[in-house]
Design a protein around this ligand. Structure first.
Ligand code: HSE
Length: 404
């Protein structure tokens, strides 16, 4: 069977390189001979060692009956949407690392794949090289999953780690992440939380069986986090991490992405650098952790190729992994959550802030004044923030405290 790789960027070129490096092993596991026949890219690849496979025309792939698997590693919605849809409709398996596309159109593609008796697989879209979606779907399906929380973006975790451990500025740490090839082309997708948002939307859809769209997930990024916030958290033995989470509350499912305060010794709090971690909390299961490299060329390529093996070796069977489409009503308002909050204010605002929010614990050894509130409901927190504003109390930071 022949493979076509659409998009020869970091992940696409990684897929081709890792394929040829491990070809024997991959063919063995797939149970058939495999080769990359086409690499589709609008850029000139005539100088590449794979120039003989290069075409600019996606129709070459579509019209070639030898191509059974299309690997879509272009990223973005267009033209990846069109190419993926036409490939599935033509009866070809599609394997992707494109989280933006899966988060926006996953349900539609899963339904087409089912109808055409092929696979639409996207293990690499969340957690890079970490085997996450398949185990989650297959092994945890029996129990009641009460929460999924994760460090889902390697770039922001790298940035936060450099801020925590080296005292680097946000800008310098972002530059370093970009130089290392972790960050998205547009760093806003990472630092404003959109990438993590897409990933928690995919996880939520997978775990709860209904498509949750990214615009349903309240999202805050890390751009406003100051060195003083990091220092205050550190003084309390905590770290600030960008956490994507979905939780079952008494009223329904709540999901959000936000910089959050975690104990440095906790499962997610001690995950550093570009590593990702996802904690799944089940009523019968307790806590289960998935951990590994969430970004980078070879780990992501490795997850893509595992899906290629899976698609091909399914022997005509379609994988059940997926979910159905849904109206925008799977989640309830994010303010239904209940957490303590780490507040930082100028020393002169101390009394007023404590009176308003209530102080469970002061944080000692910080420049301004910082403290933890008791557990507050999200609506209450919003009301108190509004009151603080009215009373002229400037909140230098107000971050939710999580126990993951
Ligand atoms: N920019 C993403 C990250 C790449 O930093 O996690 C992997 O999805």
């Amino acid at each position: 069977m022949k493979i076509a790789v659409i998009g020869f960027g970091t992940v696409g070129s990684g897929v081709v390189e890792v394929f040829y490096k491990n070809r024997d092993k991959i063919e063995n596991k797939a149970g058939c001979e495999l080769d990359v026949k086409y690499i589709v890219d609008i850029r000139d690849l005539s100088a590449s060692p794979y120039a003989d496979k290069w075409t600019k025309d996606f129709n070459d792939v579509l019209n070639d009956p030898e191509v059974g698997v299309v690997v879509e590693t272009m990223g973005g919605i267009n033209p990846a949407y069109d190419f993926s849809k036409r490939s599935l409709l033509a009866g070809k398996h599609v394997v992707t690392s494109n989280k933006e596309l899966v988060a926006a159109h996953g349900a539609e593609f899963i339904a087409i794949a089912k109808e055409k008796n092929v696979n639409y697989l996207f293990e690499a879209s969340v957690g890079g090289g970490i085997p996450l979606l398949h185990p989650l779907y297959q092994c945890l399906g029996a129990g009641d999953v009460t929460a999924v929380a994760g460090i889902l973006n390697g770039t922001t975790n790298f940035i936060m780690t450099r801020m925590i451990e080296d005292g680097m500025s946000f800008e310098d740490a972002l530059k370093l992440a970009q130089d290392n090839g972790f960050a998205e082309r547009n760093p806003a997708a990472d630092v404003e939380g959109h990438d993590a948002c897409r990933k928690i939307a995919i996880l939520t859809s997978l775990v709860y069986g209904k498509h949750v769209y990214p615009d349903e997930v309240h999202t805050e990024g890390i751009t406003e986090i100051k060195a003083a916030d990091v220092a205050a958290a550190s003084a309390a033995g905590c770290a600030i991490k960008l956490i994507g989470r979905v939780e079952k509350t008494d009223n329904g499912l709540v999901a959000m992405v936000a910089p959050s305060v975690l104990k440095k010794t906790s499962p997610l709090g001690n995950i550093s650098d570009v590593y990702n971690g996802v904690l799944v909390r089940g009523s019968d299961l307790g806590d289960v952790m998935f951990y590994g490299k969430g970004a980078g060329k070879a780990p992501t390529a490795s997850a893509v190729l595992s899906d290629v093996i899976d698609a091909v070796s399914a022997g005509g069977n379609i994988r059940k992994l997926g979910w159905v489409d849904a109206a925008h009503d799977t989640l309830i308002d994010y303010r239904n959550d209940n957490t303590a909050v780490m507040i930082r204010v100028a020393a002169c605002d101390k009394e007023k802030a404590v009176e308003l929010f209530g102080c469970e614990k002061e944080i000692e050894g910080v420049e301004d004044y910082a403290f933890f509130t008791p557990v507050l409901n999200g609506y209450k927190l919003e009301e108190l923030k509004e009151k603080a504003k009215e009373q002229g109390v400037e909140l230098l930071c107000a971050l939710r405290v999580l126990d993951y």
